[in-house]
Design a protein around this ligand. Structure first.
Ligand SMILES: [Zn+2]
Length: 211
């Protein structure tokens, strides 16, 4: 299945190969190593519609490509040659594999600000959460190991979530029931009623007490 990256559709090299074999009467794919340091591979796709070539270099700065530079470069070269032959994305010759390899499927977001991290810490202490619990929560939601690893959007989402948790706990603490009629009353009403009448009453029951 094609994958969508930044609004464009990309097809994996495996899918391009399958499509080419299905559609073409004759196809041969050959690869050749042009250079070893860094690895550069040229792929030649011969079809009954013509001959197409693709060239790709492995990037030794990336660990997966450093481990398997020939395989990675070969896959990309074949993908590019098939792209030129009309198999794959119309908009782009790059394959889904290449885009993922380049990390283009992950949008880079700025890191969380120190103000956001401070806010998370503050909400955590208000909730009585230890730092380990705060970090565990961030890991569960966003897969990060430490709070500063959060990006700006994740941090703001986490702050919203923590505020929601805090609001819930406060509502729980604050609400209580009228001693006469069992209606839900707020903490403020309960406190005022305790002062005036010595018991926690709803507004309606307080009015009755006045009579
Ligand atoms: Zn009442």
């Amino acid at each position: 299945m094609p994958i969508t990256i930044h609004g464009k559709e990309y097809v994996t090299v495996a899918e391009r190969v399958t499509a080419a074999h299905e559609e073409l009467e004759k196809i041969s794919i050959q690869t050749e190593v042009l250079r070893d340091e860094p690895v550069v591979i040229k792929a030649t796709v011969e079809t009954n519609k013509g001959t197409f070539t693709g060239i790709s270099a492995a990037n030794p700065a990336k660990s997966i490509e450093k481990q398997n530079p020939y395989e990675v470069a070969e896959t990309s070269a074949v993908g590019r040659a098939l792209g030129f032959a009309g198999f794959g994305s119309v908009e782009s010759i790059a394959s889904a594999d290449e885009m993922i390899k380049a990390g283009a499927d992950k949008e880079e977001k700025p890191q969380a600000t120190s103000k956001q991290i401070g806010m998370i810490g503050l909400l955590g202490s208000e909730l009585g959460w230890a730092n380990t619990k705060l970090t565990a929560g961030a890991k569960k939601l966003f897969g990060v190991e430490t709070l500063p690893e959060l990006n700006i959007e994740q941090a703001s989402e986490y702050i919203t979530k923590l505020k929601e948790v805090k609001d819930k706990e406060e509502t729980k603490e604050d609400s209580t029931a009228c001693e006469n009629c069992d209606a839900d009353i707020t903490g403020t009403t309960a406190n005022n009623s305790l002062k005036k009448y010595g018991k926690m009453l709803c507004m309606a029951c307080q009015l009755k007490e006045n009579k």
